[in-house]
Design a protein around this ligand. Structure first.
Ligand code: ADP
Ligand code: GLC
Length: 479
């Protein structure tokens, strides 16, 4: 079976979040199962620079505002997987973030940049661009690849099924209706039954309406997005698709995320967890925190946004500090939240440390050095950091939503007793609910034996890709 995965970012070449981690590891897991899997990626600078042995497949004339578009193929550096890359210098060879310009606003031609991605995918599917390889299933990720199934639907003789995966419904890829002239789609696609969304165009909606199957990255999020609370206005569209929608939990690449990784101060394992103390001391020293170990060190590795519940954490911070605990934050995002954490660090220099920015290596040191990883999200399609934390013996403290609800077992007395607990879970998106669970975590930390049992239970969890890739394979075969 031949599969084409279409996405806008991929670890380790270009990454703004968990999407890149998934695109970097799911296709490799599928190849391991014997599926002939290729990727299609935009020619962003990080991707063009990082690919090995890129060579042109076909040169296409002007398209979507770009004077020259070349489709090339090469290999990804670590996995050796084959990937097609669209080299369209005018659209993609830009520094910085794949979606946002230096002024912090979305690139003004994003509709064209990501329409080209969808359009090329459709033409690879039809066999027009590479006569030597044609996919049996096309799998498109998030709104950036939302137009894939629409362009494919333009060719009625093309029966190739499509899977569209929602990684985050909050980013709906919305553009003014008058941009449709740049997309080359007929008027009948621009209706409420097509890609129209409240008088505008939504690439996300396009993916939802035109794909053969829709998946999202956890079973709980699949249910949540059919309700007004989590559906971002698309809950009706999702409910209409009925059984075409399902949830498949993301996996983790344990080759990258494990407590023997080269980025951390001292390797350790579930049987010999001593090294974690050294990782903790090294992190405290690196961040200028007091070297204490009588109360837990809480950590955040996250976009600093309201999705991630970072305002709840700021509000609940006094509860954490009252218990004598410490907080280390690695992240960037909303200016107000960044400023809030900076201020907290400036008035509690020994107890709160903040590193504003994006730092892959440092994120490993946070995972290894912390006692508790905080993920108090308002909504969370899957969430990967709580899964990474589990493997490092760092207890996740999460809100009961989406993939967080599916992956963390709360340390209630019953769950501790039956040795099922792996972390802490709270319900209400309020500072009180979060504060209460922060205090519980501090109290439990004083019971070393129990804490160690929960750590061992968490470290033994298996969220590797094997299971999830098997679910995707079943889905592809059913098509
Ligand atoms: P999302 O994709 O919604 O941001 P996920 O939990 O799925 O959330 O994935 C986030 C990914 O980005 C993880 O790999 C996490 O380690 C990484 N990450 C987030 N913020 C930072 C940061 N400031 N520095 C390094 N890595 C980060
Ligand atoms: C999105 C979601 C996150 C998920 C990631 C990978 O960025 O916000 O919850 O883990 O995609 O699927």
């Amino acid at each position: 079976m031949r599969l084409l995965h279409v996405a806008s970012e991929i670890y380790p070449l270009v990454k703004t979040g968990g999407l890149a981690d998934v695109v970097g590891s799911l296709p490799a897991a599928l190849v391991k199962r014997g599926l002939d899997t290729r990727l299609l990626l935009p020619g962003l600078p990080g991707i063009l620079d990082g690919m090995v042995g890129l060579k042109p497949v076909i040169r296409i004339g002007p398209a979507f505002g770009a004077a020259v578009v070349t489709l090339s193929i090469g290999r990804l550096p670590d996995s050796g997987l084959s990937a097609y890359v669209i080299d369209a210098p005018f659209l993609y060879r830009r520094g910085g973030n794949p979606y946002v310009g230096p002024d912090g606003n979305d690139w003004s031609d994003n509709h064209r940049r990501f329409a080209l991605l969808g359009w090329i995918a459709a033409h690879i599917a039809s066999g027009e661009l590479d006569p030597d390889w044609r996919p049996d299933v096309v799998h498109a990720h998030d709104w950036h690849a939302g137009l894939v199934p629409v362009y494919m639907a333009q060719d009625p003789s093309l029966r190739t099924p499509t899977v569209f995966t929602i990684h985050n419904l909050a980013f709906r890829g919305i553009f003014p209706m008058d941009h449709h002239t740049d997309l080359g789609l007929p008027a009948r696609r621009l209706t409420p039954h097509g890609i129209e969304f409240h008088g505008k165009i939504s690439f996300m909606k396009a993916g939802l309406v035109f794909s053969t199957r829709i998946t999202t990255v956890s079973p709980t999020y699949a249910r949540e997005i059919c309700t007004p609370e989590f559906g971002c206005g698309l809950e009706g569209v999702l409910r209409d698709r009925g059984t075409a929608l399902s949830g498949i939990l993301n996996g983790v690449d344990y080759d990258v995320w494990n407590p023997r990784d080269p980025a951390i101060a001292k390797p350790y394992s579930a049987d010999d967890i001593e090294g974690k103390r050294a990782c903790r001391a090294a992190l405290q020293a690196e961040l200028g925190l007091a070297k204490q170990d009588d109360a837990p060190l809480f950590a955040v590795v996250s976009r600093l946004t309201s999705q991630k519940g970072m305002d709840l954490l700021l509000a609940a911070l006094p509860d954490l500090l009252k218990e004598g605990a410490q907080l280390a934050v690695l992240g960037s995002g909303d200016g107000d939240l960044e400023a809030g954490f900076r201020y907290a660090a400036s008035v509690n220099p020994e107890r709160v440390a903040v590193h504003i920015g994006y730092d892959e290596e440092m994120s490993h040191r946070f995972m290894a050095g912390a006692d508790v990883l905080l993920v108090p999200s308002r909504f969370e399609p899957c969430g990967l950091t709580q899964l990474y934390a589990l493997r490092y013996g760092t207890l996740p403290l999460v809100r009961r939503v989406g993939g967080l609800a599916d992956t963390v077992v709360d340390a209630t007395p019953d769950n501790i007793q039956s040795d099922r607990a792996t972390g802490f879970v709270f319900d209400d998106a309020s500072r009180y609910a979060m504060g209460a669970r922060l205090r519980d975590a501090c109290a439990l930390y004083q019971h070393g034996e129990t804490w160690a049992r929960i750590q061992r239970r968490g470290m033994a969890q298996d969220f590797s890709w094997d299971d999830s890739a098997a679910h995707y394979e079943n889905l592809y075969r059913s098509l």
